[in-house]
Design a protein around this ligand. Structure first.
Ligand code: DON
Length: 307
């Protein structure tokens, strides 16, 4: 690439932040209160150098972008075989909040949709962990991926907990089906808390590159998960991370990725780069409109498509 990275990211900001379409998420009331015109982009190299452009200090909640990392922690803590007994790896083809359970096994189809992520949340931490122990394992694990201590936005957490009727229903379904143990309300509280950690695009890029390196955070040099776990997570992000737009995303962008309703998207290109974008207006799938645009453009310009 001839243009230096910082200038290139400014070009991305100018070309992709048009503020024209998409809607703020409003089923979590607090998310409807953010400035819709924000845009930020970040890239982290394999040796831990981070480049940013736009509103790079803007904080937002991680939401569904926590799911691949919680899946990674569950795989680390329980092993791949045990986690596979509880959650599948097939794309559901449905929206992130659908009741996508495999008819034969009762398992959620994959860990990237809400019902699967509520399940993987319960598999993090020591066996028979208390709620506080599990929350601590989540906080430490997400922070290790980010390379700095992350905090929960209590206002967003409370806001979502007041309206989490659908997630509560799904937690009760997997509890009734014997997929999760313990109190389903506790699972929803913990899962909702996991979604309410605040991050910046810089964090997204570092978290993503930690999967792209095979589990080592290149900023702190800490091994967070094994190579095998990182590969499993990247594979599931590639097939399921963008929900019912996963095929479209893989054909046009070609980077394992995960989005969140706060307007972030992170992408992890194995052995190459971690990318993060933030812009709050969403499309019908719950993906950031400008974030998708930025990823399409970076994939094309920089030849990042996996195929
Ligand atoms: O459970 C929920 O609905 C939210 N906490 C997260 C959903 C989400 O981010 C979907 N992604 N685009």
């Amino acid at each position: 690439m001839k243009t230096p990275v910082p200038e290139y990211l400014l070009e991305i900001r100018d070309a992709c932040s048009m503020g024209d379409d998409g809607q703020l998420a409003d089923y979590i009331p607090e998310l409807a209160a953010v400035d819709p015109d924000r845009f930020a982009v970040a890239a982290c190299t394999l040796d831990g150098v981070v480049y940013t452009a736009g509103d790079a200090d803007a904080k937002f909640t991680i939401q569904s972008m926590s799911k691949p990392f919680i899946y990674a922690l569950a795989l680390r803590d329980r092993g791949i075989r045990r986690v596979l007994e509880k959650v599948g790896v097939e794309p559901s083809g449905d929206a992130f909040n659908e009741i996508s359970l495999e008819p034969e096994t009762g398992r959620p189809e994959n860990p990237m949709i809400n019902i699967g992520a509520i399940t993987t949340h319960t598999l993090v931490g020591p066996l028979d962990a208390t709620e506080i122990e599990r929350d601590t394992a989540v906080q430490e694990g997400l922070s290790a991926f980010a390379g700095r201590p992350l905090d929960v936005d209590i206002t967003v957490l409370d806001s979502e907990l007041r309206t989490a009727f659908r997630n509560r229903a799904m937690a009760n379904l997997v509890r009734a089906g014997g997929i999760i143990d313990g109190d389903p309300d506790e699972a929803v509280r913990g899962y909702t808390r996991q979604c309410a950690y605040t991050v910046t695009v810089r964090d997204l890029a570092v978290m993503a590159v930690t999967l792209a390196t095979g589990g080592v955070n290149p900023v702190t040099r800490e091994r967070v998960v094994s190579d095998e776990v990182a590969r499993q997570v990247l594979a599931v992000m590639a097939t399921c991370g963008m929900y019912d737009a996963a095929g479209d995303w893989m054909s046009t962008v070609g980077i394992p990725a995960k989005s969140g309703v706060s307007g972030g998207i992170l992408g992890a290109l194995p052995a190459q780069v971690g990318l993060g974008v933030f812009s709050p207006r969403l499309d019908a799938h719950g993906h950031s409109v400008e974030g998708v645009r930025a990823f399409e453009r970076m994939s094309r310009d920089l030849d990042l498509h996996l195929m």
